[in-house]
Design a protein around this ligand. Structure first.
Ligand code: GDP
Ligand code: CA
Length: 311
């Protein structure tokens, strides 16, 4: 089994490549749920859905979230009542949230529902939320209030400066059933190119996971989401800088070095390899911009080679 830690879009694209390189049945994807939110009374799990829809080949390729070819009649109708419509849910996408909410209300766990949704979409990889318990990411805006993740990310378009991030509920959350065993038994563990603070941070905040991962440090490899000092999309670079980290592959290495042994960085960051090794990590240089599923598969192959081959 290969365990992959995942946020949303960057992770999903990488995983599309990974399941071309290894059998999808051998991949356990541990997905961030810190972005989860209740909207219109519905439980929305954005990262789980992004990974599911992408692996199903049904993601909206323009946005990287939502379903390809979805329509927006429900959002249009909701506007009549004054919304809220700032978080857009497509008509067909709504069915996923209706189903998930019903199952949770019936007493099903989030991990059971994630599996049901993934199977219904024909996804053969094992998708596991990091926890069945609620963990919610909150961000303190500089000189302003604390806001929930979606308010920051979607409503404020992640443009507001942040001076602290908190994962509410993490202290009481338990790792999803089977997750500790999967980590302990994995052949290798891959940290997808995801936001280190907002996507990987919540996973590490679940008690027990950071320690379990540290035990497997030699088998753990990460792909840097930062390329040439910038995030390819989203606020990872700004957020790292605002929270006192270097917005570079070296900054990523400092965050990951305690529990990850190898960092894969893009060719444009080749000159930083020495600095990464100074942080105590091996560095692997490879083209890491996933312009196609083929490119993602090549990146996945290189990434796995880092921990498969004896160093
Ligand atoms: P979110 O939940 O949608 O924010 O998604 P993630 O946390 O999974 O991904 C966001 C991160 O993925 C950003 O920091 C991007 O820089 C990174 N990313 C997206 N596409 C690529 C890519 O092609 N290559 C690499 N190396 N990183 C990428
Ligand atoms: Ca996300």
């Amino acid at each position: 089994m290969i365990v992959a830690l995942a946020g949303g879009v960057g992770a999903a694209r990488f995983l599309q490549g990974l399941v071309r390189v290894v059998a999808p049945e051998q991949v356990c994807v541990v997905v961030n749920t810190g972005d989860d939110t209740i909207l219109h009374g519905l439980h929305v799990s954005p990262d789980l859905d992004t990974v599911t829809y992408t692996l199903a080949g049904s993601i909206n390729p323009e946005t990287g979230w939502g379903l390809a070819g979805d329509s927006w009649w429900a959002m249009g109708a909701l506007d009549r009542y004054g919304g809220p419509t700032w978080f857009r849910l497509g008509d067909r996408d709504l069915a996923t949230h209706l189903y998930r909410t019903r199952r949770l209300n019936e007493g099903a766990t989030l991990s059971a529902v994630a599996d049901e949704v993934a199977r219904a979409w024909g996804v053969r990889a094992w998708l596991l939320p990091m926890s069945d318990d609620p963990v919610r990411t909150h961000l303190s805006l500089t000189g302003g209030p604390e806001v929930g993740f979606q308010e920051y990310f979607v409503k404020l378009r992640h443009a507001a400066p942040v001076d602290a991030v908190r994962f509410a509920g993490a202290g009481e959350a338990r790792p999803a059933p089977g997750l500790l065993e999967a980590i302990a038994g994995a052949q290798s563990i891959v940290v997808c190119p995801s936001n280190p603070i907002l996507s990987i941070g919540p996973i590490l905040a679940v008690p027990g996971l950071r320690d379990a991962l540290s035990e497997r440090r030699a088998a753990t490899v990460a792909v840097s989401p930062i390329v040439a000092g910038a995030a390819l999309r989203g606020p990872a670079d700004r957020l790292m800088a605002e929270l006192g980290h270097q917005a570079s592959v070296v900054g990523v290495a400092r965050l990951y070095a305690p529990w990850v042994s190898t960092l894969v960085v893009d060719q444009s960051d080749a000159s930083m390899a020495g600095a990464i090794e100074t942080e105590g990590m091996r560095c692997l240089v490879a083209p890491s911009i996933m312009t196609s599923v083929g490119a993602a598969a090549d990146l996945a192959r290189v990434t796995l080679s880092a921990v498969a081959a004896p160093s």
